[in-house]
Design a binder for this molecule. Sequence first.
Ligand code: HH2
Length: 298
Amino acid sequence: MPLEELGRRPLIMGVLNVTPDSFSDGGRYVEVSAALNRAREMVREGVDIIDVGGESTRPGAEPVSLEEEMGRVIPVIEAIREELGVPVSVDTYKAEVARAALESGAVMVNDVSGLRFSPPMAQVVAQHQAYVVVMHMKGTPRDMQRNPHYEDVVGEVLTFFQERLEFLDAQGVSEERVLLDPGIGFGKRLEDNLTLIREIPRFLELGRPLLLGPSRKSFIGQVLGLPVEDRLEGTLAVVAVAVYLGAAVVRVHDVAPARRVVDMAWALKGSLPSLTPGQVNRMDQVDQTNQVGQAGRI
Ligand code: HH2
């Protein structure tokens, strides 16, 4: 069960948006069968957690109703749990959606509001002893990118995390279950996003695993001058740096390339990933096709 390895090796959270309007994969996985196919593919690609979302949180996105969101995510969570056994996280800030998702087999709530938008959320998480991602966002998805400004972005996010950890403790959520996320792109300017990534080690001082969600986001587009469909390499550069600096989980759309990058960055950091027997076999096959024996591996 990969979640037991949280904090011991970097994990990959694969994004599965069951929405018509998400900024990069909107409309692709609206049907349960298409979502399940993508989940199967992510498992083959080496995903550790699948994050199922039913409402886009891109800047300016329209909120969807409770019923609509539940109708999108619950059948997909059930299908994944029945067939694949991979841990599932639900990307929602609504306590009712989180409750239904946890009852359907999800084990983590990924709340981009940092449990601010729906008062019962902390209770729901505590009752189910679920893992919870506390993300920092300035404002709401509707207004967060209207002139965000910080005197000290790292200090502000750290203060928010500290306050949220105290709040969750008072609500009976075990600190062991909490992950922190600085919220790349959520009410941040380019320089804020870059600073938050560079300063990852400062967040680790709080003693909780850090999750980072840079995948295909516009700060990468701003640096490279590229549209959303051309941001893979930029995403992978951030993934490598984040893992090297100590991020415990990276949330990405492109699981296969991220798996390689995460494992390589982790090896550079001094902790070689242990190969599964399947991976060792594949390496042997590659060596044979290249007519290079064990000793000839480079
Ligand atoms: N980013 C998005 C959504 N959920 N959750 C966490 N914890 N961290 C993030 O950075 C994060 C997140 C936005 O990306 P995406 O799901 O691809 O798009 P959309 O919100 O348009 O569905």
